[in-house]
Design a binder for this molecule. Structure first.
Ligand code: DLL
Length: 412
């Protein structure tokens, strides 16, 4: 299959001018709602002289204040909540790095929006009412499991709520129930591929962690499926902010009627135009990607695959390196299980790249990495199976080594 009808053709094929008008109305309404409160976002708007929604224009959204993850932490847990507690129906979030979680309250309206954008994502990937969706994203506070779940129900498909882990049982159910759609992290798709042969799966909707075109090819080849990218973050809604469709040519269609995108020095910034639980005006995601004009049967703007995160960008002897660039080179020469170690034990930082291979690819890989990145990495070739595998949650591809023992055996 090369294309699927939109789930919501009126919205997904809307005239772009009409959509901009709708976005502007929604933005003004959001500004009005924020101004009615005395929380941070309302106060910041008043500070720059905005007194009502009609003071702002969509083409001047870049003049409005932004909000960051630090602001969410400073007002933890629910200081930025807008809806009265009685209207909140659930809470999601991410466990976060350094033990600092980010929690997001959802109203019934927010869950309905989420269900819709996820149904669009799944239908665009070729899922139908008769589909069986094997959902191996984790269920819980993490938005992956329940996001796909809500979208699958909205579409009317059958969702198998597997959650992550227990690979043997996952393999058994895939063989017995014959799903046509697989949803999980790309690293877990590869873990499943180790134990699956000739499956019924036709398409996978993979996201929640960085992955490259090379990783896509590897998954498609090993599982014999189409592998599509889905993007999202809990602060904005969860998965479904943007998703590839079968015909979107490697770009992700943004649900921009609900989540208005901008880029700021390469960083994605989203405004939640319709959310009511904890709406965010110009949230700085920290994710780096580019925005693209619409093409094809949808009139939605699109975004590239993520190039990385601002804070994952490694600066090694003055050179900026995104871990995804390393992945692209590694996959050409070794298995997709790898670990990048940023060695900061001395003032001159050094990058180690640990890979698994049965062949001595050290010299070749060092050369290719130098060509691509402009710096020399220390490549360590380990026996297959030596690097840790991820069954639950997001793959850990990057470790920092500041003192003491190396994060994995075999590095010096
Ligand atoms: O990871 C939501 C999600 C679940 C997306 C399932 C897709 C599939 P958080 O846990 O809040 O939410 O983490 C959000 O994960 O800012 C990105 O840095 C990263 N991320 C999410 N999707 C992708 C992707 C979910 N497709 C953070 N490619 C985001 C690369 C991704 N990174």
């Amino acid at each position: 299959m090369t294309a699927a009808e939109p789930f919501d053709p009126k919205v997904e094929r809307m005239d772009p001018d009409a959509r901009r008008e709708l976005q502007e109305q929604r933005l003004r309404h959001l500004v009005d709602r924020l101004l009615q409160t005395d929380n941070l976002q309302g106060a910041r708007l008043r500070e720059i002289g905005v007194t009502r929604g009609t003071d702002v224009r969509l083409d001047e959204i870049h003049l409005l204040p932004t909000i960051t993850k630090q602001d969410l932490w400073d007002h933890y847990p629910f200081g930025l909540q807008l809806a009265p507690q009685g209207d909140v129906v659930c809470v999601h979030g991410s466990s976060g790095t350094g033990g600092r979680p980010t929690l997001i309250p959802y109203t019934a309206n927010d869950v309905a929006i989420w269900s819709q954008v996820m149904a669009r994502a799944l239908k665009g990937a070729g899922a139908t009412k008769s589909s069986i969706i094997h959902n191996a994203y984790g269920y819980g506070l993490f938005t992956g499991g329940l996001g796909v779940h809500h979208g699958g129900l909205e579409l009317g498909a059958t969702v198998i709520p597997m959650s992550g882990g227990m690979t043997e049982r996952q393999v058994r159910l895939i063989n017995d129930l014959k799903p046509d759609v697989l949803c999980c992290t790309p690293s877990y798709a590869l873990r499943l591929a180790d134990d699956l042969q000739d499956t019924s799966i036709k398409v996978g909707v993979f996201g929640a962690e960085p992955w490259t075109e090379e990783m896509r090819q590897e998954i498609e080849r090993r599982l014999g499926i189409r592998a599509l990218d889905i993007y999202g973050l809990s602060e904005v809604i969860g998965p479904g902010v943007a998703c590839e469709s079968l015909d979107s040519e490697g770009l992700l269609n943004i649900a921009e009627d609900h989540f208005f995108p901008e880029t700021l020095d390469g960083e994605l910034v989203f405004t939640t135009l319709t959310k009511t639980g904890m709406p965010l005006l110009r949230y700085r995601t920290g994710d780096v990607a580019t925005l693209h004009e619409p093409a094809g049967q949808r009139t939605l703007r699109r975004m590239s695959k993520l190039k990385g995160r601002k804070d994952d960008m490694l600066v090694i002897r003055g050179v900026n390196v995104f871990p995804t660039e390393i992945e692209a080179v590694v996959l050409e020469h070794a298995s997709p299980h790898y670990l990048i170690v940023e060695d900061r034990r001395t003032t001159t930082a050094q990058l180690h790249v640990a890979v698994e291979s049965t062949q001595d690819v050290e010299e070749q890989l060092t050369g290719k990495l130098r060509e691509r990145l402009g710096i020399t990495c220390r490549v360590h070739v380990l026996e297959p199976g030596k690097l840790p595998r991820t069954e639950v949650g997001k793959a850990q591809r990057l470790a920092r080594w500041t003192q003491g023992q190396a994060p994995i055996d075999g590095l010096t």
